[in-house]
Write a protein that binds this ligand. Structure first.
Ligand code: FES
Length: 107
């Protein structure tokens, strides 16, 4: 099973094909997902530190353009499926923002 490493936390074994946002949440990371995984809010974004990721989706590009986000190595965790080992840094969490996470994205 792929290994998901979260900066400043433990590494977790996660099911291949699982959405990254759900893998984070199910392993105790307070990742935000305010729009419920619809690629609109960008609160689920993470920085990629290591690993193979599929290309940025059209939905992510649209969301980043709308929010004026142009940083490299940033992805929406609701649009990424785990295909191999990866290391990530969540950008906004329940702990750092004080916000409720939002509706759980679909599997
Ligand atoms: S963009 Fe809203 S949960 Fe991913």
């Amino acid at each position: 099973m792929p290994q998901l490493t979260v900066l400043g936390m433990n590494a977790f074994e996660v099911e291949a094909g699982k959405k990254l946002v759900l893998a984070l949440e199910d392993n105790g990371v307070g990742i935000l997902h305010r729009c419920g995984g619809k690629a609109r809010c960008t609160t689920c974004r993470i920085e990629i530190l290591e690993g193979d990721f599929e290309d940025v989706t059209a939905a992510e590009k649209k969301a980043f353009d709308e929010k004026g986000l142009v940083e490299d190595n940033i992805r929406l965790s609701c649009q990424v499926r785990i295909t191999g080992d990866m290391t990530v840094r969540p950008i906004m969490t329940v702990q750092t923002s004080g916000m409720e996470p939002g509706p759980r994205p679909a599997e």
